[in-house]
Design a protein around this ligand. Structure first.
Ligand SMILES: [Zn+2]
Length: 229
């Protein structure tokens, strides 16, 4: 029993972290968001809703500046004020914003947004438990190895999620008649934005795999499905 105690504690810790993270995220988003009301964008989200056999797709504006899109654990889709402003300024098209909405819808439909929160809490617990274990075998460096292993695992999992969400978005955009071109042109625009900002990438790119690889993956899907971008 004594041997199992650290593992039990780690599991309890992970559960508590998960509950807390969901609560905190929901509260933050509730306080700082409004429903998106944009006639042009609505025409496009209505086309996606029709393709999905849904009455409508609700999108919210999250009142922060960094250019980002996100899917909350409760399934709500958010576009940041900063991203929406880029669209209002004409730097990003309605189709490109739709591609972000489609990508985030993919995270929700595929269960990523809930799992990511669980993963995040689980990773912390794993870091602690693995760290305690490895420190006993490798005093001094055990904790670093535990950190490295946990980070590697997390990066692998999130990369997989991103490609899956991109694939979902490609299929949805193709079916809705919006096309996959906007998905790829947005990646390029965000990358250009990175270059002009002295190398700091927009938040949405930073948490995602390399642009070139994502574009290649979408082109492979276009070829496989025989759809025109
Ligand atoms: Zn994503």
């Amino acid at each position: 029993m004594l041997k199992l105690t650290p593992i039990l504690l780690a599991v309890l810790y992970a559960l508590a972290m998960y509950r807390f993270s969901v609560w905190r995220t929901t509260k933050e988003l509730d306080a700082k968001s409004t429903e998106l009301a944009d006639a042009t964008l609505k025409k496009l989200t209505d086309r996606m809703a029709k393709a999905l056999d849904l009455p409508r797709i609700k999108v919210h504006i999250y009142e922060i500046d960094p250019v980002n899109g996100l899917a909350a654990p409760d399934g709500r889709i958010f576009i940041t004020r900063g991203f929406y402003q880029k669209y209002r300024d004409g730097a990003v098209t309605a189709e490109e914003i739709s591609s972000v909405i489609a990508h985030e819808l993919g995270h929700v439909a595929l269960g990523h947004s809930r799992r990511r929160m669980i993963d995040f809490s689980g990773q912390n617990a794993m870091r602690v438990a693995l760290g305690a274990f490895l420190s006993r075998i490798l005093p001094g460096i055990g904790i670093y190895i535990a950190n490295m292993l946990t980070t590697l695992l997390a990066a692998r999992l999130s990369r997989q999620d991103e490609y899956e969400a991109d694939e979902y978005a490609s299929a949805l955009l193709a079916k809705a008649g919006i096309g996959t071109a906007a998905q790829k042109s947005l990646f390029e625009k965000l990358e250009a934005l990175t270059a002009s900002h002295g190398g700091t990438a927009p938040a949405w790119l930073m948490s995602h795999p390399k642009t070139k690889e994502r574009i290649r993956a979408i082109e492979a899907l276009e070829a496989k499905w025989g759809v025109a971008p």
